[in-house]
Design a binder for this molecule. Structure first.
Ligand code: NAD
Ligand code: TYD
Length: 351
């Protein structure tokens, strides 16, 4: 069936994988990638789909309510997959306001634009909010897992803003009947991630022989999922998820930071042709992140049992693929860190 689907944040890390999957798998859908192109958004992530007939890029800010309504009307939007956000915890600690503006107000704008433009007639409509497991807070070092019933308990300004936006999405469902679905996913890794997050930052630093700043003792635990597995899960929930429901998505793959860092060092050294482990000398313990959540771990059995989703990649295999990608795309790493790509696309799109 023909659908006009707006994907916000499609030029970012996860968004670009979601856009690519939808454009390639559903030629009958028209995919509108709406992105402001902040430092984290990069149209070079989507070079392979930019000429496809079912793909359109619109540069817009989700905080600009009039512009969002105009886009809804121009493209007769049926469905929304909302990923646009400020996404880095460390930045949220130094600049919490931009997180509240984009993640809370931006989401509220989209919800209200959807409601107004769909004129409260919600047949075949869907508002899909892509969220994080960080809304649940932190677990102890035990066997507990976040389930869909876990009480929200965000600690960082980032997770507080995402929790707030989740609440607004549910409020629009409960109050106005807007058909919504929310997924809360664990830490993603893979190609096209901005090198401020742990995995691409460390690969880049190993490559350039720069220090690897480990926060605190390096004992914090995260559950890691390959980004294409997340994109597949989003596609599945988009088509088969129950309206008004929430699904947790995770890798069943917990790693203590320091163990993950040692694996990264080993893999990157080997793929760079260096003596394996030689870059361990770059590991530098630094002051802990303020409010650093101890452990995240997801119980993803609901999406597994109800929709038949599970991760496809073993972690070591995913890390190998990821390190190889960053080594083969050093020009991408250099350009996103220099800001050159922004000038390039500004010219190309006459922005
Ligand atoms: P990202 O930072 O790589 O990309 C965010 C994108 O949003 C960028 O393209 C940016 O230009 C765009 N954007 C930012 N502000 C905007 C605005 N005001 N208007 C329009 N576009 C704007 O983020 P990501 O890691 O790809 O995360 C995408 C979504 O998934 C976020 O909502 C995040 O909370 C969620 N999430 C991320 C992870 C993860 O591990 N990265 C895990 C779970 C959930
Ligand atoms: P990050 O990739 O920022 O994701 P999140 O904070 O959303 O989980 O960080 C992953 C883990 O790595 C987290 O426990 C913080 C830690 N970390 C470091 O030790 N050093 C770093 O330079 C970064 C960016 C993160």
């Amino acid at each position: 069936m023909k659908k006009n689907v707006i994907i916000t944040g499609g030029a970012g890390f996860i968004g670009s994988h979601v856009v690519r999957l939808f454009v390639n798998s559903y030629p009958e859908y028209h995919i509108i990638n709406l992105d402001k192109l902040t430092y984290a958004g990069n149209l070079a992530n989507l070079k392979d789909v930019e000429d496809k007939p079912n793909y359109t890029f619109v540069k817009a800010d989700i905080c600009d309510f009039d512009k969002i309504k105009e886009v809804f009307k121009t493209f007769k939007i049926d469905n929304v997959i909302h990923l646009a956000a400020e996404s880095h915890v460390d930045r949220s600690i130094t600049d919490p306001f931009s997180f509240a503006e984009t993640n809370v107000m931006g989401t509220l704008n989209l919800l209200q634009a959807a409601r107004e433009c769909w004129k409260d007639n919600f047949e075949n409509k869907l508002f899909y909010h892509v969220s994080t497991d960080e809304v649940y807070g932190a677990l102890e070092f035990d066997n507990t897992l976040f389930t869909e019933e876990t009480r929200y308990d965000p600690h960082s300004p980032y997770s507080a803003s995402k929790a707030s936006s989740d609440h607004f999405v549910r409020a629009y469902h409960d109050t106005y009947g807007l058909p919504v679905v929310i997924t809360n996913c664990s830490n993603n890794y893979g190609p096209y991630q901005f090198p401020e997050k742990l995995i691409p930052l460390f690969i880049n630093n190993i490559r350039r022989n720069k220090p690897l700043p480990v926060y605190g003792e390096g004992v914090n635990v995260r559950d890691w999922l390959y980004v294409e597995d997340h994109a597949r899960a989003i596609c599945l929930v988009f088509h088969n998820g129950r309206k008004g429901d929430t699904y947790n998505i995770g890798g069943f793959n917990e790693w203590k930071n320091i163990d993950l860092i040692r694996l990264l060092v080993k893999t990157t050294d080997r793929l760079l042709g260096r003596e394996e482990g030689v870059s361990e000398k770059l590991i530098t313990y630094v002051a802990d992140r303020a409010g650093h959540d101890l452990r995240y771990a997801i119980d993803a059995s609901k999406i597994k049992d109800e929709l038949g989703w599970q991760p496809s990649l073993q972690f070591e295999e995913g890390i190998e693929k990821t390190v190889r990608w960053y080594i083969d795309h050093q020009d991408w790493l250099d350009s996103v860190t220099s800001g050159e790509y922004q000038n390039y696309y500004r010219e190309m799109y006459k922005m």
